[in-house]
Design a protein around this ligand. Sequence first.
Ligand code: F6R
Length: 573
Amino acid sequence: MCGIVGFAFRDSFEIKDSVKALKRLEYRGYDSFGYADNNGVVGKHVGEIAIDKVPALNTKIAITHTRWSTHGGVTEMNAHPHTDCSGKIAIVHNGIISNYREIREEMEKAGHAFKSQTDSEAIAHFFENKNIKDAAPEFFSKFQGEFAVLLVKKAEEKIYAFKRGSPLVLGIAPEGNILASDIYAFSDRTNRAVFFNEDEFAEITSEGFTFYSITDTTIPIEKEITVFSWKEGEELGEYPHYMIKEIKEIPRAASRLLLSLGGEQKPAVEKVVRMLKDAKRVIFVASGSSYHAALIGVQFLARAGMEARAVVASEFRSFMLLDENTVAVAVSQSGETMDVIEAMRGIKAKGVKIASLVNVPYSTVQRMSNAHLNIGAGQEVCVAATKTFINQVITMAYMASMLGYRADFASLNDCITKALLQEERIKEIAAELKDERDIYILGRGVCYPVAREIALKLKEIAYVHAEGMMAGELKHGTLALIEKGTPVICLMPKNDKDIVSSAEEVKARGAKVISFTSNGYDSEEGVKINATDAATFAIASAIVGQILTYYIAMGKGLPIDKPRNLAKSVTVK
Ligand code: F6R
């Protein structure tokens, strides 16, 4: 993860300004941050980005970094930028250098003094006393793993940029050039961008940019300028947290998506659906919440008579069934999740076509795909996926509906609105559950992935150990854990009789059953879900789970938008 930003401007600016742009990437990591310029200034701080910690200094060149630690603890020393022995070179790095131990050992033997425990510091020492451009090819061959690196050299009016694996993009702004991990760092200043491809190196000044492929750093390569459009994330406004603001945006985001799938995205939808139809095997690949949306997609497609599977991206390597009759569907909010990208690389290497569902446009996943759909949820700032998960599920239902599945899109907005109107009831339940250590969530069919998704939300945001289960599996072991007072949330759509038996089974053993219910079962104890079919029930109950999580976390006074140890964009393996 980590976020990096570099400014090369014609006129001098305050270093604080570049750190403000970095703040827009804070969802990529927030355990420490730092900055450096080409006058030898280097500053590092532990904790979230705090603009007031940055000194009032002016420069024309600066690089900045917000960290999600991988190698070395959260300390000032381990924060980026890292410098070489002479202090003339400063670098920021997003990614992981997999062979850094060997490189560090070799450099230490050669007399370099390391100050941090990070994998990144070796990069600064490598370039010590070297002409950066001349040494770039050797850097790419010596350093293994993933990296997006920005480098400044004292007294030089440029930023050197290196890209392998981790995302990097150049924004062309009126003030000069901006390098960043993603477009959001500069989308308030410009909508013109140049995306780095793999193994590219660039020299960036305030006036221009020169890109090279690492196979030949003598001849510059042509780069295309992309003009992008991206809806800005609005300010928090009346809300105390982005999580609740983003949950409340669901009706708008969902309506916008449905309009776009039937309107401007229609040709793309038709292309993706054709790919699915022509395939013998459909494999979804995703992580976290996106994986849960993919599991729901599998069920929708099954109802349309199409066999599909969902594979967790980090486990994809062991999935062998890929051939010319397969289509892979990558699902990713950020479009930058390294596990997904790695899996896609393997898939592409086998010549398999990829469709993708992404939220962040021009992301790596989108650019690697043969066809893509944009879930159009707009900027999501809270680490937890809320509105983007719902829009992923809607997109899945929409694709399946083009293949014969019947989802009640006409009632969708009403179901969503009614779920949101349950806020007061959900708050009461949250107050009751606030001190629980373990919560079980039971669902069947489409509700099983929803149960897992609610459990994930409870774990990451409310720090509750939660388990989302297939209700039928309960009696095969987990029932042993149910005792007097154990909270069990049951997802109870109208036509599911068996979930009622599961609820009775846990109740008989003393569990406290909380039903999210369309079938009237124990509705006084739970939350009524107004749903007309499996898809609307899945969506409405997921929203209720999100609100419940939010209020449990509120009750515990937790850092809701930035939970400990996590980051929104997981750009490391
Ligand atoms: C959970 C959450 C994560 C992401 C996962 C994949 O609320 O947000 O589990 O779903 O890290 O991220 P994307 O969808 O960006 O690939």
